[in-house]
Design a protein around this ligand. Sequence first.
Ligand SMILES: Cc1cc2nc3c(=O)[nH]c(=O)nc-3n(C[C@H](O)[C@H](O)[C@H](O)COP(=O)(O)OP(=O)(O)OC[C@H]3O[C@@H](n4cnc5c(N)ncnc54)[C@H](O)[C@@H]3O)c2cc1C
Length: 539
Amino acid sequence: MNANQPPPLVDYNLFEADAPLREALEREGASWAHDLVHDLGSLAGTQQAIDWGFQANANPPHLRTHDRFGNRIDEVEFHPAWHELMHVAIGHGLHALPWREPRAGAHVARAAAFHIWSQVEGGHGCPVSMTYAAVPALRQEPRLAQQWEPLMTTLDYDPGLRPPATKRGVLFGMAMTERQGGSDVRTNTTKAVPTGSNGEHLVTGHKWFCSAPMCDAFLVLAQAPRGLSCFLMPRVLPDGTRNGFHIERLKDKLGNRSNASSEVAFEDAWAVLVGEEGKGVRTIIEMVNHTRLDCIIGSASLMRQAVAQATHHTAHRRAFGKLLSEQPLMVNVLADIAVESEATTLLMMRLARAFDHADDPGEAHFRRIGVALGKFWTCKRAVAVVAEALECHGGNGYVEESILPRLYREAPLNSIWEGSGNVNALDVLRAMQHEPATVSAYLAEVELALGQNAAFDQAVDELKRNMLNSQDAESGARLLVERMAVLLEGSLLLRHGDQIVTELFISSRIAGKWGHSFGTLEPGPGLKSALERHRPRLD
Ligand SMILES: Cc1cc2nc3c(=O)[nH]c(=O)nc-3n(C[C@H](O)[C@H](O)[C@H](O)COP(=O)(O)OP(=O)(O)OC[C@H]3O[C@@H](n4cnc5c(N)ncnc54)[C@H](O)[C@@H]3O)c2cc1C
């Protein structure tokens, strides 16, 4: 007997239930991908997919350093549910869609699909994202790209350590962070010694964080004779022997538990130079740009799943004689987190479009600054939104079966890897100081919405006056970047958002009629409408 407990949120289409995402897919140029995202949305709502997500996290990966005869094997074993999740992700091209189908809207299509499938389970998105992101970095070395890209872009998930040429598909990771420094990779001590022609080197040293170590190859930073350089390091050599890549241990992590993150040691590991020697950061930054977009997508997907769960739960749970979703204060909380989720979705999809048009200088400049400020802001907001959505469930939200604890543990990670919050905020400053065209591109986008709302116009004016005249720029970076991100979201909403959601966003986040916690929007009839727009309906 179900005593005032809601029905499970299952058997619904996550894409069809997500109005802001559906609208953005059309608007940002990827209507052609409707069926792909629709199908994933349907699969993501099934009990089977939901079970895979829970099983992969309840049964984290295990490291096997040696086989029964004492031979070093450095393998990680995953639960079958992990492999099922990977099969779907790779089978739907989430690791490669824009490289397989380089047409207008391809990055937008992938963003929408990744956003949907990540809601089932976040951890396996790590190797999927890194493989997607490694391609543009590798293209800086056409000889290597020609050899590896065909294998990186197949729709076959082919796990296991074997010579790459014998596999139907391969996955890539990245290894930059060392014990003595992650943000400041200039402190890397891992050494690469040239062994002959064609950029071949032997690498010795360590990495303090190396996720998804069962990937087939890694882009690695190491000190070559002419400085920090980027290398491609396979786990298995062409003759079938294992490379000198040893997994020391797996990290015992707060969240992201389905995924393996490891400490690794390199012992004369064979690797080949990618890009110019001594310019390793410049080479690998192309990969980082793409994984940063995925941190934004990941944060958007965490928010969306949290809002979907909270609006669903409260629509079926009663307290004090009424449904929670009818209680005025709960309506305010739900509307507030829904507004945040919608703003993030619009920003994520607009940034994905900038990746589709990276050969247009204006879009390239917009992408340069937009990804850094978007990563800073959306990753921060995900933590707060997920925590609030968890509380909407009362005690049920604190229990693992509700998925909220998993979302809560996952949320801070996007803000740490691929450049932590401060590093991204400082990156925005760097772009503003050294690449002024990025500021023009940012303003050109924001100002497209001028003339529609007086509070917005005034805030843009203020931002422009304060933008570059700070005496203490670094110390004020978060405040500035936060303001820039909110105004960009406001501009997107004014042009494309739901009218009521937009009004709520502008009056709270820009005109300042808002408190310091969610649920402090100005009371009014629009709150219920914003919440209903975001509530998933069971099929
Ligand atoms: C689960 C997980 C998986 C990971 N997987 C990988 C992986 O696969 N490959 C990989 O290479 N790395 C990986 N990382 C590492 C991650 O990228 C780093 O942890 C991150 O870049 C921060 O580096 P750090 O840990 O050395 O922190 P630090 O560099 O010591 O930074 C600590 C804090 O100081 C701040 N800070 C740094 N510089 C400044 C400054 N100038 N001004 C103000 N504040 C500053 C940072 O923002 C951060 O908040 C992973 C991390 C985690 C948690």
